[in-house]
Design a protein around this ligand. Structure first.
Ligand code: FCB
Length: 441
């Protein structure tokens, strides 16, 4: 049996990612809380993982003790700026304490400034549809970066602007007042302007800052590659879902199925690109789906499915994602800002982790500049409209008692982080079912 270790470069960041609303608890002043109280989600976030009550300490201990040297979390706009004219200095102080907490544990922080939640006052004025939104976001970002710059220089402006926009303004799963492709186009354009304004503001405040955003990137294949309609639908979906931000940052023009928008301010506004990768979609032409631009997105029946079939385990997709990013932006540093699977029983997670990290290693060996990997997530947390039905944590959380439950993946990921690599022994021990795939003779 072959024995080998796939090593990563020195200084590689190994961590997990979380987001304020999903872990803090009692985030009563944002649009998601409102959405939850009005029955749009499977359960409510409630106390979440009680990080606002201080449990981030024990969870950061868990991360540090298991070899993680980085963590990505987000700050909650609705706490920091509860009304348009007030700043909550105590809230900022808590985030400073969390950042100190990471530093004391030897971990590098990445702070996300917008992860799906907006303050209620912002939502009420029509949120990202409003022309003032980018300016208001910039004001918030300036305040946060001034307050936190002592402890953080790796910033993620906006998480998954494409998911935020499409899940809300098109699919109706996220809180929005209006729907439709034209509103979605406007929201994306404003998010881009907000991102660009934040990028420049952060650099003004902190010279050494590294600023980027997290793109949810979905590789896609046509259901039947010989079918021109399937191929056409695949291209429309691919561009519609993936390309708005990347096209604007490359060329200053946001591409959208509803027409292009010139956003010259956005050109070149990234020092790294964050990639959130989960799975690959298959696209078929489907006349019954005008809402989805006549494209059906699905996973083939014979996929290696996760617990709730939310994810098909397709590890080469992460390699393709990194390859696409490297071709699009040569030499730009890349971080995997999210990757993970919902799997309460931890049946698939060990192989999902090993197989994806193996593909990241392949990418690194092509000299694709991947600098770190953040697993989603450290602990189970509130999964938006899907509530507590999906368990993405390395550690499980009993929401009633707040007890953490260690899953076997914790030990696998700890060994990877500590070794700065993935070895044949680890795969043999935690997911022997993929041994031959990862270490072929
Ligand atoms: C991503 C989100 C993150 C989490 C994972 C499972 O789209 O950024 O908050 O919900 O999916």
């Amino acid at each position: 049996m072959p024995q080998a270790t796939y090593h990563f470069p020195r200084g590689f960041l190994w961590g997990t990612a979380t987001a304020s609303h999903q872990v803090e608890g009692n985030n009563t002043n944002n649009q998601w809380w409102m959405w939850e109280q009005t029955g749009h989600t499977d359960g409510t976030s409630g106390l979440a993982c009680d990080w606002w009550g201080g449990r981030w300490r024990e969870d950061f201990d868990r991360a540090a003790e298991t070899g993680q040297n980085a963590h990505r979390f987000s700050v909650e706009w609705s706490r920091i700026q509860p009304t348009p004219d007030t700043w909550d200095e105590d809230a900022l102080e808590r985030y400073r304490a969390m950042l100190r907490g990471l530093r004391e544990r030897g971990m590098t922080p990445m702070v996300t400034l917008h992860h799906f939640t907006d303050p209620m006052w912002f939502y009420e004025m029509d949120g990202w549809e409003h022309d003032d939104a980018p300016m208001l976001f910039e004001k918030f970002v300036r305040k946060v970066v001034e307050a936190l710059k002592e402890y953080c220089s790796l910033w993620c402006t906006v998480n998954e602007p494409n998911v935020y926009t499409l899940s809300g303004y098109v699919a109706g799963l996220f809180p929005t007042k209006r729907h439709g492709l034209n509103v979605a186009k406007r929201v994306l354009a404003n998010l881009l302007l907000g991102h660009a304004a934040a990028y420049h503001a952060i650099h003004e405040i902190q010279k050494e800052a590294q600023v980027g955003y997290a793109l949810h990137y979905r590789p896609m294949v046509a259901n039947n590659k010989w079918s021109p309609l399937d191929r056409l639908m695949r291209n429309i979906q691919y561009n519609g879902i993936n390309m708005a931000f990347p096209s604007a940052i490359s060329a200053g023009v946001m591409k959208s199925p509803m027409g292009n928008v010139r956003i010259p301010e956005a050109k070149g506004t990234q020092d790294y690109l964050g990639l959130n990768y989960y799975s690959v979609d298959t696209i078929a032409f489907d006349i019954t789906r005008p809402q989805e631009l006549f494209g059906k997105r699905y996973y083939p029946d014979d996929s290696d499915f996760s617990g709730t079939k939310f994810i098909a385990n397709i590890p080469d997709g992460i390699f393709d994602t990194i390859k696409w990013a490297t071709r699009t932006y040569p030499n730009l540093p890349l971080y995997i800002t999210e990757n993970g699977v919902e799997d309460a029983d931890d049946k698939m997670r060990p192989r999902y982790i090993a197989q994806h990290i193996h593909q990241v290693w392949r990418a690194v060996n092509f000299n694709f500049p991947v600098k770190g990997y953040f697993h989603w997530s450290l602990v189970d947390n509130f999964e938006w409209e899907r509530g507590w039905t999906q368990r993405f944590g390395l550690w499980g959380v009993d929401v009633e008692t707040q007890k953490r439950i260690k899953r076997p993946s914790v030990d696998l990921y700890a060994e990877i982080c500590k070794e700065n690599g993935l070895s044949s022994e680890m795969v043999q021990k935690y997911c022997p079912e993929v041994f031959e795939k990862l270490f072929p003779v």
